[in-house]
Design a protein around this ligand. Structure first.
Ligand code: PEP
Ligand code: MN
Length: 263
């Protein structure tokens, strides 16, 4: 179902009227974690002003340490809904367990499957039974074929709305949090008909690298970018080191649009 051979045309995923895939570049931005209503409303308005098409924010967080902030849960989802109401931006958030599926189906516009759950087959089958757009992140150490088969799990249950998201993979390199694999863009485009967006934030782990990786991703043919933006990164509850301030995000969008025009 994912294979380009049996579906030669590009699939365009419709998210409340915003299209992912085709010619347009879709820009998704927001904090790693929802930290409260004021914070998400403030950042939602900022990223909208910069030109973002959608808002991201984690409410259920897959943290390495069980003692790290785990997310606001249901309250975080409600805060995101309020931000959507005030800005009109569709919302993207990570689903970690099938027990919260109904909450996500009712409230979010794109369900994110995180890198750590790329091969959580029960979760993939469960989201496959819905018609919600699914942002399927590549696992930390998964091959492209494994990633494609994870998408196949979702589609085989009846959900055609899958968007790939490359977020960097584990390599021997320690100067970056992960290694952004840019080759996946042309490879996914040739092997599949689904859109692919890039998450340079989790690849880099460092805000200073985000602009270069973003522009390179656009030049390589990505359908969009999902970027962590925070108005006070030094005090962010998670992933502050890789979060861009809104001013930096605004200038990245301007540069990115110019590249998108010429490719
Ligand atoms: C995130 O988007 O905040 C996140 C945890 O991403 P990943 O699953 O790619 O690590
Ligand atoms: Mn994050």
């Amino acid at each position: 179902l994912v294979n380009r051979k049996f579906h030669p045309e590009d699939t365009i995923v419709d998210v409340n009227g915003i299209k992912i895939g085709g010619k347009k570049l879709t820009m998704i931005a927001g904090p790693c974690s929802v930290e409260g209503k004021d914070q998400i409303l403030r950042i939602a308005k900022e990223v909208k002003k910069c030109g973002a098409d959608m808002l991201r924010g984690g409410a259920y967080k897959p943290r390495t340490s069980p003692y790290a902030f785990q997310g606001l849960g249901t309250q975080g989802i409600l805060d995101l809904c309020q931000a959507r109401k005030e800005t009109g931006l569709p919302i993207v958030s990570e689903l970690m367990a099938t027990e919260h599926l109904q909450e996500f189906v009712e409230n979010v516009d794109i369900i994110q499957i995180g890198a750590r759950n790329m091969q959580n087959f029960d979760l993939l089958k469960a989201v496959g039974k819905t018609k919600k757009p699914i942002l399927l992140k590549r696992g930390l150490a998964n091959t492209i074929n494994e990633w494609i088969m994870a998408a196949e799990y979702i589609m085989s249950e009846g959900n055609p709305n899958v968007i790939f998201c490359e977020r960097g993979i584990r390599t021997f390199e320690t100067m970056t949090r992960n290694t952004l694999d840019l080759a996946v863009i042309p490879i996914i485009k040739s092997k599949t008909h689904l859109p692919i967006i890039i998450d340079p934030s989790h690849a880099a782990g460092n805000w200073k690298l985000i602009e270069s990786l973003s522009l390179a991703s656009i030049a390589a043919g990505a359908d969009g970018l999902i970027i962590e933006v925070h108005d006070n990164p030094e005090c962010a509850w998670s992933d502050g080191d890789q979060s861009l301030k809104p001013e930096k995000y605004a200038s990245l969008i301007q540069k990115g649009k110019k590249i998108a025009q010429v490719i």
